[in-house]
Design a protein around this ligand. Sequence first.
Ligand code: TYD
Ligand code: MG
Length: 471
Amino acid sequence: MARQSREFTCQSCGAVSAKWAGRCDSCGGWNTIVEEVGSTSGIAAGPLKSRVSKGRVIDLQPLSGKDDEPERFFSGIDEFDRVAGGGLVPGSAIMVGGDPGIGKSTLMLQVVAKLAKAGHVTTYISGEEAIAQVRLRAERLGLADATTGLAAETNLSDIIATLEAQPGLAAVVIDSIQTIWSSDLEAAPGTVSQVRSGAQALIRFAKAKGVVLFLIGHVTKEGQIAGPRVLEHMVDTVLYFEGERGHIFRILRAVKNRFGPTDEIGVFEMTGAGLSEVSNPSELFLSDRDETSPGSAVYAGIEGTRPLLVEIQALAVASPLGTPRRAVIGWDSSRLAMILAVLEAHCQLSFAGIDVYLNVAGGLKLNEPAADLAVAAALISSLTATPLPPRNVYFGEISLAGAVRSIPRAETRLKEAAKLGFKAATLPMANAETIGKPPKSITLNGVSGLAHLASKLVSSSKQQQNQHEKN
Ligand code: TYD
Ligand code: MG
């Protein structure tokens, strides 16, 4: 009799080990390892020796050759189509991940309902909500008249049988992959082996039938639920839906895409009637900005193919603590530590005994190093309690030596700034000198070192203070 396989799987990263441990060696998570009996996690387990048979020789193909570009189709929600790589490719598997409650179900219901209205056959399988709940939401979104087929089901074989019975199916949403379970496995629903085998079967179905498969997956910061991260390598596209729960903005970000560029973002606004597209995000991100308050700088960034202006807010305030606090939202905290160190080392500014808070407005998360200069400007402005010059944007990368390094696509950033009525830009000298056609309405202030910018801002702060005293 075959011995039942026993293995221990980390519910956070999917690593498989032969024995239980309190801490996962692979991802470092605590209490994430769970025993999964009779798992068929093919990828991790590998083929059994006894099953290896003599293979057939595969015909190798040359790299060159004509293949038709896959025909894409569109949901009509532009922000979504662009992030998905410029339309949906039949047979592709797309994972939509995000925190619970961020709006994944809402977005995907809107996408399939729109597709249905454009004449495609679509299905929405909800494993989390009852039919009545989904109907209620569709009504709220004004999509109740769409012909999308709806089911509340979690059994994998029933779902696949249902999908196979639908002729001409174009797209299906599985909400969420963590609720899907197969009776062939003994592991509990939501465990890594269930999630993995469910996704494998659904992806196989999607590829065979040319159906676009959307897998919704919850991500939790604590990694309590089987991390959809184990799915990232199985699907063609990974989209993350993010945003701060208290904010109305939601950002859809492509982190992997076999059929298009990554780093692309789509911006949505959560309204009473679902998610609406924000086609000019810069305008909205800057809408309630107060130019006259210290510590606020406008960063001209690039997200994917689009320029995007965002406000960076810094607050430097005397600390009552022995070790001052550094808190960051929307940016990398080690990068903030680096900028602070450069300001101390090269610009004669001291943040000792001062709490520093940094916030990227609107709940956006910035990854570009080009934001360094805007962060530095906001920090100096808050430290000196002097607002930055009005109608000015900042971008540039800062090196540890305090040099301001050139960054790509300066012209696109300047054009966006000009479009929104900005009059000046503080940018790397190398960019200012080499730029082809800067917009006429923008004055370029090239800087080669951070010390130069810092001394300029500090002396203008002193001038303003003197004037204040005279009055
Ligand atoms: P939901 O799509 O259920 O999130 P997820 O599937 O990611 O868990 O969205 C949940 C939130 O969205 C909920 O807190 C209410 C809000 N919401 C609106 O503000 N307006 C709407 O029209 C809808 C449908 C939801
Ligand atoms: Mg949901």
